[in-house]
Write a protein that binds this ligand. Structure first.
Ligand code: OGA
Ligand code: MN
Length: 200
């Protein structure tokens, strides 16, 4: 996998890029089905805010349910995991970001206005998440379903909205880009990879 010049330029100047058809429709639908099976298994847990001893639940901040995805989870989820791995290598090579390991999380907003308040995924200067890559799995998404991702690029300050449609990938700098998930009025599925710097 390689980043296009436009993607590299967008990442450097605006802190993000969006790529459609990341897997291709057939594979995307298979990953969606595998993700839905995880949801139906009932093992996703309400996401907390803050880590460790400060861990707390607050649906006024964050209303999704989550589960970590390991490489061997299912063949379909493993295929996405390998695409994320290739993406990390492409971002490292194309944008000179030394990315190393990554974690993958499945997140589902159940609808009913569930959202995630404006935040960043990492804070500058800590050995931390460097790149966030979110892949959406919503095959029948319509504007009335909400759950749009709103990004706040530093360079323009004008918010950008990204609809969470099937097989769309959004990649951004975890330390730099503030973002929020607008209220979701239908079930909303995403798989996110967070890439760390090398040696962390
Ligand atoms: C997150 C997040 C955005 C999205 O999980 O940190 O910001 O569009 N998700 O799912
Ligand atoms: Mn986030």
């Amino acid at each position: 996998m390689e980043l296009t010049d436009t993607e590299v330029e967008a990442l450097n100047s605006h802190g993000y890029f969006v790529r459609d058809a990341f897997l291709g429709e057939a594979r995307a639908l298979a990953v969606r089905a595998a993700a839905l099976a995880r949801v139906d298994a009932g093992t996703l847990k309400p996401a907390g805010i803050r880590r460790g001893a400060d861990h707390t639940l607050d649906t006024s901040v964050r209303g999704d349910h989550i589960e970590w995805v390991l490489p061997g989870a299912t063949p379909e989820l493993e295929a996405l995991w390998h695409r994320f791995q290739a993406l990390g290598e492409a971002v490292s090579a194309g944008a000179y970001l030394g990315l190393g390991r990554f974690d993958v999380q499945l997140a589902r907003y159940p609808g009913g206005g569930a959202h995630y308040a404006r935040h960043r995924d990492a804070f500058p200067g800590r050995s931390n998440r460097r790149i966030t890559a979110i892949w959406y799995a919503n095959a029948d998404w319509k504007p009335e379903h909400g759950g749009v991702l709103r990004l706040f690029p530093e360079d323009t300050g004008a918010p950008v909205e990204v609809a969470p449609v099937l097989d769309r990938l959004v990649v951004f700098l975890s330390e730099r880009l503030e973002h929020e998930v607008m209220p979701a009025h239908a079930s909303r599925l995403a798989l996110t990879a967070w890439f760390y710097g090398r040696g962390t």
